[in-house]
Design a protein around this ligand. Sequence first.
Ligand SMILES: NC(=O)C1=CN([C@@H]2O[C@H](COP(=O)(O)OP(=O)(O)OC[C@H]3O[C@@H](n4cnc5c(N)ncnc54)[C@H](O)[C@@H]3O)[C@@H](O)[C@H]2O)C=CC1
Ligand SMILES: O=C1O[C@H](COP(=O)(O)O)[C@@H](O)[C@H](O)[C@H]1O
Length: 254
Amino acid sequence: MDEPVLLTGAAGRVGTAIREGIGEAHEFRLLDREPPTGPVDHELYVGDITDRELLEDAMEDVAVVIHLAGDPRTDAPWESVLRNNIDGTQTVFEVAVEQDVEKVVFASSNHAVGHYETERKPDIYRTEEEFRLDGTELPRPSNLYGVSKATGEILGRYYHDEYGISVLNVRIGNLTKEHPPRNYERGQAMWLSHRDCAHLFDRAIEAEYGYEIVYGISDNDRKYYSIERAREILAYDPQDNSAEYTFDGEPKTD
Ligand SMILES: NC(=O)C1=CN([C@@H]2O[C@H](COP(=O)(O)OP(=O)(O)OC[C@H]3O[C@@H](n4cnc5c(N)ncnc54)[C@H](O)[C@@H]3O)[C@@H](O)[C@H]2O)C=CC1
Ligand SMILES: O=C1O[C@H](COP(=O)(O)O)[C@@H](O)[C@H](O)[C@H]1O
């Protein structure tokens, strides 16, 4: 991608995985209300995603927005998700359309569909493909944070249908660096390694799509989410698998 790519929430965990993995591959512009720690090799916009003027400046001549900024806490209160995740995301889409951005990649979450797991425990994190969520199911949020992520997906649906902007919703699982979440079955089933995260968002920048929902997890043997749609439309080719680690997160030696 030769044109600039705007990364909102660039200072956070997902933003850091993307910057460290593919920072040199694209002309990134970074936006966050807290500047990243350490050296910044990209144009930086410090401020809030509800600030329309800031977004207008940051999105000028931008082809792709990767929208990560928001409150990621699963117990975040309504006031915070309403402001940061819903109002902020609506502002991002509104300005993206106004500035003729081609694609918005939205950081959605497993918590948009977390309540599918309430009735299926405890054997759902399995190796067989008998039943897996694949992105065609309706949202079943597990908390108000999940409600805000499902709402972000619906905002994208509207802006795509009304204005034709390409929208990819990535229902991210559980990002951790170097090893899967320790002693946490759910986290291991939905592990997203840093390497696979950077590759997935690289594919999201490059691929062509209309409106899509995919799951953002590594190629874990035991999983509840299908990654087939991500393979199909993005050519996502994950390299990591939580089965290669012990339950407490050490690499298996045999
Ligand atoms: N880390 C994970 O495993 C998962 C993350 N996600 C989503 O990915 C996105 C990024 O998550 P993380 O990097 O883990 O969170 P994080 O908290 O590490 O990073 C979020 C960044 O967004 C910024 N931010 C928050 N509200 C803002 C606002 N109103 N204006 C400007 N900047 C704002 C924060 O300063 C922070 O640097 C979030 O939308 C989260 O919901 C979804 C599923 C799993
Ligand atoms: O959306 C998110 O999901 C992950 C995984 O959820 P968990 O409830 O199994 O821990 C979470 O770690 C992350 O903070 C959140 O933004």
